[in-house]
Write a protein that binds this ligand. Structure first.
Ligand SMILES: [Zn+2]
Length: 237
């Protein structure tokens, strides 16, 4: 099951679910809109409202196709419950992650062939991307936030589609290391995120529906990491 409920219904933050399996502090539901994380993207956190009260979900631990929700307290849940994703936190992560796609596309266009060697988004509204870039002045990289903000200001649509994984493997630039889980679905489809006219690549993360939903993007620091790598740190003010 690599087509997540959070991909099918990105605006679904609250819904009923039935406990499918449980242990103290851990629970598996029949359905969940929580993003499980993976590949550099944080999973969702949130809450479960159950017969005995409300318990926080600290994170999600994928185990094969099962997504175990890790609870903040050692309660053992059963029956029907109400799940609630932390929408504000999801939004912060989606903004930073969508902005990462834009930054990635701008770097790829200005310095052709540049590879992403690492990426991380934090839930405090900061993140970083590492690029295999040796010849570019740090000040030039630092000024790229203006180009990212231009795409945010233009309000460009962000769409998800599915393509054949075999076809995707032969399309240059479609599968880059920014990509977040999941891998191809059981029927061989790969999820593609397209920011119209800006970026198109395979990705399983959570994104905005339109770049205009992002707050302004600021590059806070550019560091050299070894001989070849540059680390670009950024934040939402
Ligand atoms: Zn993505």
């Amino acid at each position: 099951m690599a087509v997540y409920l959070c991909h099918e219904q990105p605006d679904l933050y609250e819904h009923d679910a039935t406990v499918a399996a449980a242990a103290p502090g851990r629970v598996l539901f029949d359905r969940s809109a929580f993003h499980p994380g993976g590949g550099g993207q944080l999973g969702d956190t949130g809450w479960v409202e159950h017969a005995g009260g409300v318990v926080a979900v600290a994170g999600v631990e994928p185990d094969g196709d099962d997504f175990w929700h890790v609870l903040a307290e050692p309660v053992e849940l059963s029956g029907t419950v109400q799940l609630r994703v932390d929408a504000a936190r999801r939004s912060r992560i989606a903004q930073l992650h969508t902005d990462s796609h834009i930054l990635n596309a701008i770097v790829f266009e200005r310095f052709p062939g540049t590879l992403v060697t690492g990426a991380q988004i934090n839930d405090d509204g900061t993140g970083r991307m590492d690029f295999d870039l040796s010849e570019v002045d740090n000040d030039v990289l630092r000024s790229l936030d203006a180009a990212v903000n231009d795409v945010i200001g233009r309000g460009v649509e962000v769409r998800s589609t599915y393509v054949d994984a075999t076809e995707a493997a032969t399309t240059a630039g479609l599968v880059r290391s920014l990509s977040v889980a999941p891998p191809p679905t059981a029927d061989g489809l790969l999820r593609i995120i397209e920011i119209t006219g800006v970026d198109r690549q395979a990705c399983g993360g959570t994104h905005l529906a339109n770049t205009g939903q992002s707050r302004p993007f600021r590059i806070t620091k550019v560091e050299s990491k070894g001989k070849r790598n540059r680390r670009i740190r950024f934040a939402l003010p």
